[in-house]
Ligand binder design. Structure first.
Ligand SMILES: Nc1ncnc2c1ncn2[C@@H]1O[C@H](COP(=O)(O)OP(=O)(O)O)[C@@H](O)[C@H]1O
Ligand SMILES: [Mg+2]
Length: 360
């Protein structure tokens, strides 16, 4: 187990800067997910930790030791990729043993480690099979096994589940989490899938365009997103956003064509009378009788999913499109007007210019 620290880490490819200063401390034994849309710099960040990409500026340390100049092989890390490329002509045993063999580890030790890893991954009965005789999930586990046998200080994962079908992904997600709980090896896991990041990570590093938007636990990023980007990226369906004006005393959100919504803690310093971006998650609306602090929406269409119902509609004079998620099954005609309330603590405000969260 080792901690991993990134200090002011920058990366440019030629003149093109793609990572603009990452700072984070990954604790020993922690599982951290790097989450962000395609092209935001996740793989680059991971490859810099692995030593596969030279860093342009800054410092990376593993287990308290600066590794900027260390070769990948000397960093005590193991990496699992999306394309895990097992050797097709080798058995499962040989696939797992290969890395140790080229390191000239004694045969007994190799055998011990492979059997141990196979046990953990429930692959013991498949050790003599070739990869093509395995299911996708089993192959993925062999790829994991290859890493486990090396007993690294840090595991690095780059979207290891993206090639699997949806059901298998869910199963492997649970297996990975279990594995982490059993082995306790510091892990950095790159994904664009927010559910994967939320369920696997002790903490998330949310990247956008090479900038760190927020670092926090899954609940922190869900409940208190630091930026409008994070707010829209975390949660499915996405948070709804409205352009609103705060009252001059900064106490109320004034929605066009609807009532005012009271803010939880009252006045927002510096924002009285200003336009801000209001965010409300689909699951935080409640249908109410007409009353105070109510948003009216006109139903466009309804998706009944069984466990819950998604209502898509629009609200206000500027016809802001929004999605509401209600538990259970509901049927509403197109054009029906619903009255919705939102608890004040579920209102998120963001600066229109900077996108930064405004505490209220
Ligand atoms: N070897 C490279 N040379 C030039 N640009 C690269 C290279 N690798 C990645 N990039 C650029 O860096 C940015 C981040 O890429 P990447 O880290 O692969 O994103 P992600 O893994 O989040 O999809 C992208 O704009 C990509 O085009
Ligand atoms: Mg990538």
């Amino acid at each position: 187990m080792a901690n991993v620290t990134l200090k002011d880490v920058y990366k440019s490819f030629g003149k093109n800067e793609v990572i603009h200063g990452i700072n984070c401390e990954i604790k020993a034994g922690e599982f951290v997910a790097i989450l962000g849309p395609s092209g935001c710099g996740k793989s680059t960040a991971l490859r810099m930790i692995a030593g596969l990409e030279i860093i342009t500026k800054g410092e990376i340390s593993i287990d308290g030791k600066i590794v900027n100049e260390l070769e990948p092989a000397d960093r005590d890390i193991a990496m699992v990729f999306q394309n895990y490329a097992l050797y097709p002509h080798m058995t499962v045993f040989k696939n797992m043993a290969y890395g140790l063999k080229i390191r000239r580890m004694p045969k007994n030790e190799i055998k011990k480690r492979v059997h141990n890893a196979a046990e953990i991954l429930e692959l013991t009965e498949f050790l003599d099979r070739k990869p093509q005789q395995l299911s996708g999930g089993q192959r993925q586990r062999v790829a994991m096994g290859r890493c486990i046998v090396r007993e690294p200080k840090v595991f690095l994962f780059d979207e290891p589940l993206s090639n699997l079908d949806a059901k298998l992904r869910v199963q492997m997600r649970l297996e990975l989490r279990n594995l982490h709980e059993n082995l306790g090896i510091t892990s950095v896991y790159v994904t664009h899938d927010q559910v994967e990041a939320m369920t696997l990570g002790d903490r998330l590093i949310i990247l956008e365009d090479g900038y760190v938007e927020q670092i926090g636990s899954p609940l922190e990023v869900y409940e208190r997103p630091a930026t409008r980007f994070v707010a829209g990226f975390i949660g499915s369906p996405s948070m709804n956003f409205f352009n609103v004006r705060l009252s001059t005393d900064g106490r109320l959100v004034e929605l066009s064509g609807s009532d005012s919504l009271p803010l939880q803690n009252g006045a927002v310093p510096g924002y009285g009378g200003q336009e801000v971006s209001l965010g409300i998650r689909p699951e935080h609306f409640k249908i109410v009788e007409d009353g105070d602090g109510v948003i009216q929406i006109k139903v466009d269409h309804v998706e009944t999913l069984g466990a819950d119902t998604l209502v898509h509609g629009h609200a206000g004079e500027d016809n802001t499109f929004l999605t509401v998620r209600l538990p259970d099954i509901h049927h509403f005609q197109k054009g029906k007007v619903l009255q919705l309330a939102v608890p004040p603590e579920k209102l998120h405000l963001f600066d229109k210019e900077t996108g930064k969260r405004i505490e209220n």
